[in-house]
Design a protein around this ligand. Structure first.
Ligand code: AP5
Length: 217
């Protein structure tokens, strides 16, 4: 099973990725997590993308495309994978198609901008695993600590309101057109093209998860 999760920042892609990985036994490929790790490790890539990410803009397509193409060649991807945060532009989607990477499902999580701003201000993350919490909607058992490892949780640099609004603008202008890209592929109904759906991401996380599982089953 090869799945793409589309949706604005804070729509719940990372949250739902955890459920999907477990249920379908496929790895989550989160370009955001990969880039944040490079920044934290001070690699040349990390130094190149740090300021771009903090500003809420997108990292250049050629960097991201190479990152994903290398990742999906890894042995853990043979049974499938979940793309979280990629593709983000039509150019990235075309690169996947041109590389002959056939996707089975595309899910768009729909959440209005005002809900996003509230969600991201309360988000806490466990950087090593990508586990996501929210101080109000999904609190960890022990405040500000990861449920599994007990490590401290952190706030993301790009979750300040002003940056969130910039990320939303970037989403609407550069990423949302992808829904049309995949829908137009799907309605041609050619074999091997992905099925596309839009899911209301404002429901509680477990309700959203049920809707996703129904679509993937
Ligand atoms: P990335 O890390 O991909 O961030 P994003 O797409 O902006 O998405 P988020 O991780 O912010 O949100 P999410 O949808 O995963 O929501 P979450 O589950 O955490 O990208 C970061 C940056 O990296 C980009 O800005 C860009 O610079 C760069 N980048 C990455 N990929 C790139 C690419 N392909 N091309 C170019 N640049 C790229 O949920 C959010 C909060 O809400 C959490 O607190 C959670 O607990 C809570 N929550 C989740 N679901 C619900 C629910 N149903 N109800 C209530 N609360 C909920």
């Amino acid at each position: 099973m090869r799945v793409i999760l589309l949706g604005p920042p804070g729509s719940g892609k990372g949250t739902q990725a955890q459920y999907i990985m477990e249920r379908f036994e496929i790895p989550q490929i989160s370009t955001g997590d990969m880039l944040r790790k490079s920044v934290a490790d001070n690699t040349p890539l990390g130094n190149q993308v740090k300021i771009i990410m903090e500003s809420g803009a997108l990292v250049p397509d050629d960097i991201i495309i190479k990152l994903v193409q290398d990742r999906i060649k890894q042995p853990d991807c043979t049974k499938g994978f979940l793309l979280d945060g990629f593709p983000r532009t039509v150019k990235q989607a075309e690169a996947l198609t041109l590389a002959g990477v056939q996707m089975d499902r595309v899910i768009e999580l729909a959440v209005p901008d005002d809900v996003i701003v509230e969600r991201l201000s309360g988000r806490r993350i466990h950087p090593a695993s990508g586990r996501v919490y929210h101080v109000k909607f999904q609190p960890p058992t022990r405040e500000d600590h990861d449920d599994v490892t007990g490590d401290p949780l952190i706030l993301r640099e790009d979750d300040k309101e002003e940056t969130v609004r910039r990320r939303l603008l970037v989403y609407h202008t550069q990423t949302q057109p992808l829904v049309g890209y995949y829908t137009s592929l799907a309605i041609k109904n050619v074999q091997g093209l992905p099925k596309v759906t839009k899911i209301n991401g404002t429901e509680g996380p477990l309700v959203v998860c049920d809707l996703i599982f129904s679509f993937l089953s």
